[in-house]
Design a protein around this ligand. Structure first.
Ligand code: SF4
Length: 353
């Protein structure tokens, strides 16, 4: 198929069918960057309110740079992948402090920024500067694999190189921004993973997957994600109406977010006797009133499945507790304001509201 025909069909489709989204109304690289970072691994409907909150709270890169990290993570709360929020903040500081608030003017310069990979750099360079660099995200892989009948594994280096090369050949030199938006939007709403609308497809005549009945076999993904099962036991220590929390500092999920005293086990715990070798817990069990465990909360991340149970331990005002040094008592307002994993918020809403 002629490259120009492919690009023109997508652009024509896009002009008629695209969703009106706020980041499509701007050429400001800061707003485009915010939208791209927020939308990675997030559906548009979920990402949109976050985008609006970030733009309203931090209208310029200087505002984001000057914010406290905890505030940025709090605003990000619920989107997951918290390292992205931290990188966003650090990169905003770098752009504000070292580059006078001016984003690098091209793909190569953008790629040098922390947390900006080839996909985000291509999105900013094309949408903000009309530079003809192709974006290749999951939607683009799917459209290209199907239309061109490519059965190379999209998780392997060789496959990725082949798709990148093809994407670079296909991008419209006259309208790179619209073309990139068009192919991503086409994959997101028309050539979808499980229900592509082949009957009303402007590329149906040329689509090799359609012609050969391989729509649901493409794209090929060989690498299966290995999911790690984890079992969290949280102890919610309450005294004088305040609750002991700690900031997570280890290299693990939810870095810098706040949770309660935690001990991890190999499976769900049946009885608190299973904590008999934990000195802190055995001592605090004797000093407090222990409520029965909560229901099991299940929380799924991309590579982990967490099952969590919570026990509440109520200490009388006069009890002198010997807490681990990272635990501090917070009142309700303070707890509301610190960034917390969604798992903790779910428990909190169920038990304290
Ligand atoms: S014919 Fe079907 S599979 Fe092929 S591009 Fe169109 S919607 Fe996608």
């Amino acid at each position: 198929m002629n490259n120009k025909f492919f690009a023109n069909q997508l652009i024509k489709w896009y002009e008629y069918y695209h969703r009106d989204l706020p980041w499509r109304q701007t050429r400001n690289p800061y707003y485009i960057w915010l939208s791209e970072v927020i939308l990675q691994q997030t559906r548009v409907a979920q990402g949109l309110p976050y985008y609006e909150r970030f733009v309203n709270t931090y209208p310029t890169v200087f505002d984001l740079a000057n914010a406290a990290e905890q505030e940025v993570i709090r605003l990000w709360q619920g989107l997951g992948y918290y390292s992205r929020a931290r990188n966003l903040h650090q990169t905003a500081k770098y752009i504000a402090g070292e580059l006078n608030g001016v984003f690098p003017p091209n793909y190569a310069g953008l790629l040098r920024l922390k947390g900006i990979g080839p996909y985000t750099a291509a999105a900013i360079a094309s949408f903000a500067y009309d530079e003809p660099v192709a974006v290749v995200d999951g939607n683009v892989y799917r459209v290209l694999a199907r239309v061109f009948g490519i059965d190379k594994d999209i998780t392997g280096g060789e496959g990725q190189r082949q798709f990148s090369k093809l994407a670079s050949e296909l991008i419209s030199r006259e309208h790179p921004a619209t073309y990139n938006q068009a192919i991503m939007e086409f994959g997101a709403v028309h050539c979808t993973p499980s229900a592509p609308d082949c009957l009303l497809c402007p590329l149906q005549q040329e689509c090799l997957a359609y012609a050969t009945g391989r729509i649901h076999l493409l794209p090929v993904k060989d690498k299966k994600t290995k999911v790690r099962e984890r079992f969290f036991n949280y102890f919610v220590i309450v005294q004088n109406g305040r609750i002991a929390m700690r900031q997570r500092t280890a290299k693990d999920i939810w870095h810098k977010l706040y949770d309660f005293y935690l001990t991890e086990t190999e499976s769900n715990v049946q009885s608190i006797d299973e904590f008999s070798d934990n000195q802190f817990l055995t001592s605090i069990f004797s000093q407090t009133i222990l409520t029965p465990p909560s229901r099991i909360f299940t929380y799924i991340l991309s590579h982990q499945r967490i099952q969590a149970q919570f026990w509440m331990l109520e200490a009388s005002p006069e009890t002198v507790l010997n807490l681990p040094s990272d635990l501090t008592f917070f009142n309700e307002d303070e707890i509301e304001n610190v960034p917390k994993p969604v798992l903790i918020t779910s428990y909190w809403k169920e038990h304290f509201f």
